[in-house]
Design a protein around this ligand. Structure first.
Ligand SMILES: [Zn+2]
Ligand SMILES: [Zn+2]
Length: 237
């Protein structure tokens, strides 16, 4: 994510470094202010060590911040101890924590998600724009209310499953839909789709919800770029 000139890499999964470099214009890891993990699962953190190496020129220039739940750094750490030494600041996030400061950007965390490892949602605020990221986890009573508390303009939601055929710690489309209806952010972006979600047609589902809610709803795809200021400004209050 880019807020003004502040670059923050959230959840660098497998291929994150290669994609950052092949991005047009390239996202130069040496200009990264922070790497933030919502949780340590490999689809969210597989490239974190490579990205830290790139951010710090292989540890030669100690710089940048690394933030995430404590278990990403301690129990079976996904961030290897040698790479933890390379960053200037290592921040163990607390649930419902913050504000943590990343240059001019403020970061607050959600309450703990119900997921196999410590998982927190991320609320970014910059010059009046509030962007929330709701990562993986099982639906529970009070989840939407916790996110609504900080009144996000933009809500990014990970929705893996279309229907709940297996009992897993992930949102279904129905869960994600009800969260968007409860919070009614100006812009909702859905991502992190599993096979059944992709087969169900995320674009059409997003369009139906947009018609119902009267606010912008976007189904993300690989490589999608969004100018959030423009998207938010296009939605009437
Ligand atoms: Zn996960
Ligand atoms: Zn995930």
């Amino acid at each position: 994510m880019r807020f003004g000139t502040t670059q923050i890499h959230v959840d660098p999964g497998p291929g994150a470094l290669v994609r950052a470099l092949s991005h047009v214009p390239p996202c130069n890891p040496r200009e990264l202010e922070a790497i933030v993990l919502s949780h340590k699962h490999l689809d969210h953190a597989g490239d974190v060590n490579a990205l830290i190496e790139a951010m710090t020129s292989g540890g030669f220039r100690r710089r940048g911040a690394l933030m995430g739940p404590p278990d990403a750094f301690e129990v079976e750490p996904v961030v290897l101890p040698y790479a933890q030494q390379f960053v200037q600041r290592l921040e163990r996030l607390e649930p419902s924590g913050g504000p943590y400061h990343i240059g001019p950007v403020e970061l607050r965390t959600s309450m703990a998600h119900v997921h196999a490892v410590q998982t927190y949602g991320l609320h970014f605020a910059y010059e009046g724009l509030r962007v929330a990221y709701l990562p993986c986890g099982r639906y529970f009573e009070g989840l939407a209310a916790d996110y609504a508390r900080l009144n996000p303009d933009v809500l990014i939601v990970n929705v893996l499953r279309f229907r709940d055929e297996m009992n897993v710690d992930h949102l279904t489309w129905e869960d994600a839909r009800s969260i968007a209806l409860d919070i009614r952010p100006k812009v909702t972006v859905f991502q992190h789709f599993g096979t059944k979600m992709l087969e169900a047609g995320p674009e059409r589902l997003a369009q139906d919800l947009e018609d119902e809610i009267g606010r912008r709803v976007i189904a993300a795809y690989d490589g999608l770029r969004l100018d959030l200021d423009t998207e938010v400004a296009a939605v009437a209050d």
